[in-house]
Design a protein around this ligand. Structure first.
Ligand code: XMP
Length: 522
C-alpha cells in the first residue's frame, strides 16, 4: 500500500514478537512481521527492507530442520539485528556455533529472567547504555552461543551469557541474547532507537502521513466504484468509514444494523454521530424484530451466536443489494488480526467462541475487500481517529461485541430481560464515568443472570433478577484481569442499580480473570 521504508521482522515464534513491532512503531518506523516460513527470496525482494530483525523463538538451532531465514537475507547489505533465537540463528548461519542447554538436551545452563549486562567495548548500537553502570536485561533462553561467527566480537557480557551482546559492525550485523523489547529490559527501547537510526530510517511513519497514503491507496483501489461498510459503532469500523469517506466521498454508503441487542441509546448515538458530524450516506436499519424473533426460545450460547451471525449476513446483503454498483466491502481489520491469520504455528486452535463479524460475506456477495486499517495496531487506529477529527468520546469507547447484549444475557433472551439489562448497564457505566475510571478500564458491562432471587425492599418481598457486573483491564482482549474497584464504589453501584432499576434485586461483581474465564459471559 505505501511508499515508506520498511523494517522486516522475521518471526521465529517468540511470544513477544508483537512487542518488537510496538517498539518500532513507537519510533515512527514502519515494520511488518512475517513468519519465517513465508520469507522467501521473492518476498524479500518485494518488501525490500531497509533493515531486518530476527525474533526469538522456541526452537533450538541445534536441531536439524529448525527454522531459518533464507540465506539471501545476509546478502541484502542491510543491518540485521538478531534477538535470542535470532542471535543463535545468525551465529549458526554465519559460521559460529551454538550449544544446547538443558531444554534441548545439551546439558548447558538455561537462563530465564533478570540479568545484568556489563559492557565489553564501544558500539553505536549501545549509545545511551551503561551510563549508570550495568544494564538490566531480560533473558529467556535454553541454548547459548558457544563460538562467534567470523567477523563478530563481544560488546557485552552477563554472568551466564558471555555473548550477551555481539556484533560485526563492518557488516552491520548485531545479535543479542536477551529481549530488548520487553518491559523488564528497561532501556531496551534505546537499542531499537539506535538500530533504526543506524539503518537510516527517517522516523516518518506518522498518522498524518498514513492518512495521506491510505487515501491515495483507497482511491487507486476503488476507482469510481461504490463501497459499502458495515458500521458497528465501534472505533475500528468508524475510523475505516471516515477514512474511506474522505477518500471517495459519496461513493461510500454505510449500513448500521440495529439487531435489538444494543445498549441504551446506542443506535441513536451512533447514527447521530455519523449524520451530524460526517454527512456520510447511512442506512440505519432497525431489524430488531427479525433478530429477537429468531432468538426466541434459544438458550445455547453457540446457537445464539450462529443465528445472529447468519441474520447479520442476510440483512447486510439485503441492504447492500439496494446500493447500485457496490463492488467493494470495507472492513476495519487490524494488524493483529492479520498476524493471527498467518500464525506461526499455523495449526488450528480450539474454537472457544465463534466470534462473528462480516467474514464470509465478500465471497457470498462477490465483493472485493477494502481494509484500510490492515497495517495498524489498535492504538494507532485511535491516533488515526484523532487525526480524522473523530470525537474523543468515540475514540475512547470500550469495545462492544457484535452479538451485543445476547451474550450478556446468559440463557434465554426476552425483551423484558433486555430492558432491565440496558438500564442496569447504563447505571454501571454512569458510575464508572462519574468516578473517572472509564479510561482505565478495557471493557465494563452488566450481565443479567438467568436466576431470580428473593429480596426485601421496604416491608415487601421481592423476587427479581440478579445481575453480574464485569469490568476488566486488558491490552488486547486476549488476556484480562478484573478491575479492582473499591468496596465503596461497588457498594454505591449496587445500591444505585437496585434502587433505580426495576427488576433487579441483587448485584454481584465478577472477579474472574481471563484465562480461565472469558471477558463475555457467553
Ligand atoms: P471473550 O469473551 O472471548 O472476548 O474473552 C474477547 C473480546 O472480544 C469481544 N467479543 C466479540 N467481538 N464479535 C465481536 O466483534 C463477537 O462475536 C465477540 N465475542 C466477544 C469481547 O467483547 C471482548 O472485547
Amino acid at each position: 500500500m505505501s511508499s515508506h521504508d520498511t523494517l522486516l521482522i522475521v518471526d521465529f515464534g517468540s511470544q513477544v514478537t508483537q512487542l518488537i513491532a510496538r517498539r518500532l512503531r513507537e519510533l515512527n518506523v514502519y515494520c511488518e512481521i512475517h513468519p519465517y516460513q513465508n520469507v522467501t527470496d521473492a518476498v524479500l525482494a518485494e518488501i525490500a527492507p531497509k533493515a531486518v530483525i530476527f525474533s526469538g523463538g522456541p526452537d533450538s538451532v541445534t536441531r536439524a530442520g529448525s527454522p531459518r531465514p533464507p540465506a539471501k537475507v545476509y546478502e541484502l547489505g542491510v543491518p540485521i539485528l538478531g534477538i535470542c533465537y535470532g542471535q543463535q540463528v545468525m551465529m549458526q548461519d554465519l559460521g559460529g556455533r551454538v550449544e544446547g542447554g538443558k531444554i534441548s538436551g545439551g546439558g548447558g545452563t538455561a537462563e530465564f529472567g533478570r540479568a545484568y549486562v556489563t559492557p565489553a567495548g564501544p558500539l553505536p548500537l549501545l549509545d545511551g547504555w551503561f551510563s549508570d553502570g550495568d544494564e538490566q536485561v531480560w533473558m529467556s533462553h535454553g541454548d547459548h552461543v558457544a563460538a562467534l561467527a567470523p567477523g563478530f566480537e563481544v560488546y557485552g557480557t552477563s554472568p551466564n551469557a558471555p555473548y550477551a551482546i555481539t556484533a560485526d559492525p563492518a557488516r552491520n550485523f548485531y545479535a543479542v541474547q536477551f529481549h530488548p523489547e520487553v518491559h523488564h529490559t528497561p532501556r531496551g527501547a534505546k537499542l531499537y532507537e539506535n538500530f533504526v537510526r543506524m539503518a537510516g530510517f527517517a522516523g516518518d511513519w506518522t498518522m498524518a502521513g498514513y492518512r495521506e497514503q491510505a487515501i491515495a491507496a483507497i482511491r487507486a483501489q476503488v476507482g469510481d466504484k461504490r463501497v459499502i461498510c458495515g458500521l458497528s459503532g465501534g472505533v475500528d469500523s468508524s475510523v475505516a468509514a471516515i477514512l474511506i469517506h474522505e477518500a471517495i466521498g459519496d461513493q461510500l454508503t454505510c449500513v448500521f444494523v440495529d439487531h435489538g441487542l444494543l445498549r441504551k441509546n446506542e443506535a441513536e448515538e451512533v447514527v447521530a454521530m455519523f449524520r451530524d458530524n460526517y454527512n456520510i450516506p447511512l442506512i440505519a436499519a432497525d431489524e430488531s424484530e427479525l433478530f429477537l424473533g429468531e432468538l426466541d426460545g434459544q438458550s445455547d450460547p453457540e446457537t445464539k451466536r450462529k443465528i445472529i451471525g447468519r441474520l447479520f449476513i442476510d440483512v447486510f446483503q439485503k441492504y447492500a443489494g439496494e446500493i447500485e454498483g457496490a463492488e467493494f466491502l470495507a472492513q476495519g481489520t487490524l494488524y493483529p488480526d492479520v498476524i493471527e491469520s498467518v500464525s506461526f504455528s499455523g495449526g488450528p486452535s480450539v474454537t472457544i467462541k465463534s466470534h462473528h463479524n462480516v467474514g464470509g460475506l465478500p465471497e457470498k456477495m462477490g465483493l472485493k475487500l477494502v481494509e484500510p486499517l490492515r497495517e495498524l495496531f489498535k492504538d494507532e487506529v485511535r491516533a488515526l481517529g484523532r487525526e480524522l477529527g473523530l470525537p474523543q468520546s468515540f475514540i475512547g469507547r470500550h469495545p462492544f461485541p457484535g452479538p451485543g447484549l445476547a451474550i450478556r444475557c446468559p440463557g434465554e433472551i426476552t425483551r423484558p430481560k433486555l430492558e432491565i439489562l440496558r438500564e442496569a448497564d447504563a447505571v454501571f457505566i454512569d458510575q464508572i464515568r462519574k468516578h473517572g475510571l472509564y479510561d482505565e478500564i478495557w471493557q465494563a458491562y452488566a450481565a443479567i443472570l438467568p436466576v431470580r432471587t428473593v429480596g426485601v425492599m421496604g416491608d415487601g418481598r421481592t423476587y427479581d433478577y440478579a445481575c453480574a457486573l464485569r469490568a476488566v483491564t486488558s491490552v488486547d482482549g486476549m488476556t484480562a484481569d478484573y478491575y479492582p474497584f473499591s468496596h465503596d464504589f461497588l457498594g454505591e453501584t449496587a445500591t444505585r442499580i437496585i434502587n433505580e432499576v426495576a427488576g433487579i434485586n441483587r448485584v454481584t461483581y465478577d472477579i474472574t480473570s481471563k484465562p480461565p474465564g472469558t471477558i463475555e459471559w457467553e
